[in-house]
Design a protein around this ligand. Sequence first.
Ligand code: HEC
Length: 201
Amino acid sequence: MISTLHSIGKISLKMNQVTLTKLVIEVSRHWLLAQLVVSCSAAFGQAPAISRGQEILLPFKQQLMQSLQEGLQESPVAALDICRIKAPEIASLVSSNGIRVGRSSHKLRNQANLAPAWVNPVIQDYLDTPDDRSPRIVTLDDGSNGYIEAIILQPLCTVCHGENISQPVLDVLAEYYPGDQATGFAVGELRGVFWAVFPAE
Ligand code: HEC
């Protein structure tokens, strides 16, 4: 009798464990689902701000690339000069009416491109989670939107940011950017970010 009771107790204990495991699975399924819904709706809610950020940055990116390519057709050193002079000009041309744009990096060439404080945590996040280089929206203290996009190194960029930079380019870099940290990058690596600030709509 005692042993029967004992085994019944064992069975019910086992059942309890099964029920508990099932419960845990159920709860975590719901939790995961809830998380998924939260993250989807966050991404969905941010979609207009992301498109606006992309739209604002487009002329900045296009003009930078155009200047770079025009210069490179002549020589890397000519391209360097164009980049050095034109890049800050283009950034200020695109900035107006509460809109500001810029480029920054964790390894800067030009200290004038130092990131605004709200950009740094996102750069760090891109470095920590290389699998997620999706654009980000940050709501700033004054309620405006901050948009950030990763810049990945392309083969074209290695001429001035890569591992084997030619001596003439190195000489010009040393002349204008004595504290240059933006060399030694490999293709596919995070080179930095584009950022934009614009009023919330
Ligand atoms: C011809 C040389 C040259 C090439 C090629 C080049 N860059 Fe640069 N890059 C520069 C110079 C010079 C600066 C500093 C210009 C400035 O003051 O904004 C710079 C600055 C930057 C910055 C701003 C952050 C910082 O370090 O100051 C980023 C980001 C950047 N380059 C990314 C790229 C990417 C991506 C490519 C390829 C598509 C590229 N560059 C190709 C010369 C070059």
